[in-house]
Write a protein that binds this ligand. Structure first.
Ligand SMILES: [Zn+2]
Length: 466
């Protein structure tokens, strides 16, 4: 028999001469929310009604209790998530004034090269696409569709954002368009901005969240964007100085995100795309709400309130998943790269993370967080094994916290536990050295041409932390 005929017969036998349904195409939806603290969500124990949709979603998936970002600053944190590399390896520990370099290989680039349709909807000003003359830099790398339309001015800031309703609308438009080619695998990243300051939720989002104010002293309004000992200038809403008022508004912002996250999940369900999709929800970083005398800010230290993030994974039907509904072992953003590759059945790459498509996570892991460049004298560094956290700024002695007993890191145990300090520091050093990569040169956010016009129009200076 001629080989071609053999092949044809074999194919006919395989499909039984009828149109057998094709395997469900792989789909991954990654939702990141800016500035969202895990402990303000019902799924993480918050008693106030901020997150009914997220809580329902969490019941379909697995909640990672002790998950961390690598840096509490938007651009660098998401760049680390999308490359599986540490902010220092990307040259991005200094903040948002630099963009992910063109040499970096992003998750979206790998997926696109493998035939996955890649779409992104971003809503934070620092995530907007670079000016064309900057080349293929920043987080747009690898996305065939990168929707960064932002038309809402951020309070008193000289930058723009997109609110959750518009963000979800844009995401659903792309998903709707993909339905015509439903056989294609797809990866969608949606980044919501709402809990980021200034906190200005619609009044109806505050219903049920109002509560008596605390007797804390009123905050002084700062003249800068920094939050140490003061209300950052950009956070000022209606001249309000009571800290609790800002916390109530923050909760209202979380609820706003939640309402529109619920619409995204509802679309996936009503279109039959939910059960077989991997849906990952996390935040880029947390927020200081007064802890350690930092007020309504982030990117200024590496205490837990700034670097712990929510992480909820809804597994595709039939996938290997943790046996528990809550995982207490350490997880980080660096785990998402191997998780997504595995979800698309793509070969793993050398990486610091661990796929979350496993029955149990390794118990002996360590994660690190930084703020500011390696040689900055006031650089912050932290390391954690999920229970203990080492926190150090500059040349100061490291402090040690037991987050199981002291989640807000108020009691330094370093002098009582010197051996534990040494061990955690050693493990952190090994973690950074293992898989160490030659640094990737970042791209400076250049104020040129189109970018220049946008910057002039908004008065944005390029070094604002978001
Ligand atoms: Zn952010």
């Amino acid at each position: 028999m001629r080989p071609r005929l053999v092949l044809l017969l074999a194919l006919l036998a395989l499909c039984g001469c009828s149109r057998a349904p094709a395997a469900t195409p792989r789909r991954v939806i990654l939702v990141t929310c800016d500035t969202l603290r895990a402990d303000r969500l019902g799924a993480y124990g918050y008693a106030r009604p901020t997150s009914p949709n997220l809580d329902a979603f969490a019941k379909d998936g697995v909640v990672f209790d002790e998950a961390y970002t690598t840096i509490p600053i938007t651009g660098p944190a998401l760049s680390a998530l999308f490359t599986g590399l540490l902010p220092d390896e990307l040259g991005l520990a200094g903040g948002n004034a630099f963009l992910l370099g063109a040499q970096a290989t992003t998750l979206a680039e790998v997926l696109r090269a493998a035939g996955v349709r890649t779409g992104a909807v971003v809503s934070n000003w620092v995530l907007r696409a670079p000016a064309p003359e900057q080349g293929d830099v920043g987080l747009k790398q690898g996305f065939e569709h990168y929707d960064d339309r932002m038309q809402t001015r951020e309070g008193v800031r000289d930058s723009f954002e997109r609110l959750a309703a518009d963000t979800t609308d844009a995401a659903l438009r792309w998903l709707d368009a993909r339905k015509a080619k439903a056989e294609d695998p797809l990866f969608l990243w949606v980044h919501y901005q709402d809990p980021h300051g200034p906190y200005r939720p619609a009044p109806e989002m505050l219903t049920g969240l109002e509560r008596p104010l605390t007797d804390e002293p009123e905050l002084a309004l700062g003249t800068t964007r920094f939050g140490k000992g003061q209300l950052p200038r950009y956070q000022d809403v209606d001249g309000e100085r009571a800290p609790e008022r800002y916390r109530i508004r923050y909760d209202g912002e979380v609820r706003t995100f939640d309402a529109h996250f619920g619409r995204l999940v509802a679309w996936l369900k009503s279109n039959g795309w939910y059960d077989d999709a991997l849906v990952v929800f996390t935040a880029d970083h947390g927020e200081s709400l007064g802890e350690h005398d930092y007020w309504f800010c982030h990117g200024e230290n590496v205490h837990r309130e700034e670097v712990r993030v929510p992480l909820v994974v809804k597994y595709p039907r039939g996938a290997t998943r943790p046996k528990a509904e809550r995982v207490r072992e350490l997880a980080t953003h660096l785990d998402l790269w191997p998780t997504v590759l595995e979800a698309f059945a793509l070969p793993p790459r050398p990486n610091r993370g661990t796929s979350l498509l496993v029955a149990t996570l390794p118990a002996e892991r360590v994660a690190t967080q930084v703020v500011r460049e390696p040689r900055a004298p006031d650089r912050w560094f932290a390391a954690t094994d999920g229970r203990w956290r080492l926190v150090q700024q500059g040349a100061e002695a490291p402090r040690l916290f037991d987050v199981a007993a002291d989640p807000f890191e108020a009691r330094d145990l370093a002098s009582a536990e010197p051996a534990r300090v040494d061990e955690l520091a050693r493990r952190a050093q090994r973690f950074v050295a293992d898989h160490a990569n030659a640094p990737i040169a970042p791209a400076r956010l250049l104020p040129t041409s189109e970018n220049q016009r946008a910057l002039q129009h908004t008065g944005y200076t390029g070094d604002d932390e978001h």
